[in-house]
Design a protein around this ligand. Sequence first.
Ligand code: IMP
Length: 423
Amino acid sequence: MFTIITGAQFGDEGKGKIVDLISGEYDLVVRFQGGDNAGHTVKVGEDVYKLHLIPSGFLLNSRVLIGPGTVMNPEVLAKEIDMLAEGGIELDANRVGVDSKTSIIMPYHIELDGLRESMRTEKIGTTKRGIGFAYIDKVARDEIRMGDLVNRERFIKRLGELAPSKEAAIKELGGDPSIVMDETLIDRYVKLGERFSSYITDVSYEVNRALDEDKNVLAEGAQGTHLDVIHGTQKFVTSSCTIAGSACANIGVGPTRVDDVLAIVKAYITRVGEGPLPTELFDDAGKQIQEVGGEFGTTTGRSRRCGWFDLPLLKKAIYLNGYTSIALTKLDVLSNLDPVKVCVAYEMDGNILDYPPEDTSALARCVPVYEDLPGWEGDLTGVREFADLPQEAKDYVIYLEDKMGVSVDYISVGPAREQTFKK
Ligand code: IMP
């Protein structure tokens, strides 16, 4: 079985929690795009793990893979593996694999990301992890790959080739070019290469072999649908393709092998960084959602902008991903709000639209048209099955399911494993 999971909104929908919950059924869990700009919080018992790079599937003994379509900061990988080792979780080369073609995020990518963002008059709000600049190098064929990093001579030679252009680029943006080849860098990266040489793998081969052997593979997306570099709200997007089809292209597995595509959908909507968010709230309801939902970024600590559920954006996400089912997260956060609003269409330049305009600046002009649903009171975090939800909360889920036309199979009412149940 081959399942793809993606976030249906702007990221932070709770993918990590759902992957952690279902990954016990999967032999392999694969990250297929992005890098440590992602952030997921996985809570098991009293232990809370905040991760940016390692796929969440590691907790239930799946083998986790970092695919060739990702950009990977080896210092972050080392830090996360060390942090988990302190918690008693050993992630050796049997448990983690990194594709030989994975692009390495170097310190100069991070520097360039920060410099470029600071120069933009209209900011994107990047995570400043060097993601965009590592992807630029991938496309320009100027990247250092995992296969280079683990080979001392190849790494030094490649860095030597690339350094002059990186120094010039940093200088042009007003930065300090000496960071490209600082004294400790070669030593540090050669050591990282030695440490991770046994982790090297061919992800496409592993995944296809596993499927041939009737094993189960889960492709774990990062960020969210509307941050997709092609189909998202350009320019306020990340630098990779975040939609389900990208899992096939980036892992190297044919679309005919996909069995399920699971959407992770928050019961409302959030966004970090800049860009249009038609249902964004600036009132007390928005503050309540932000506080109760703990809507502060795992990666940057920034406050997430919050808004009511946006059906037009969700319909687009369904088209872009071809979802077969939905996990609806954070339903508990909407307690004690009355009414609970759902954006069913937009009003734009005098027209009513039930689907988002393709142009980002047009989306920014959209004014939501809402339907009001009755709210509910009380704490839902102790609920363990659908039947025990207040009637209004059940009605909200059924209303959304009906409008989306895709079944809601999971509901979550909190971060712990037992707080997610099947509908
Ligand atoms: P970058 O991915 O760091 O280049 O940032 C580009 C945009 O994507 C910014 O608006 C970020 O806030 C957003 N972004 C990147 N990763 C995530 C994520 O995991 N969750 C939510 N937003 C993200």
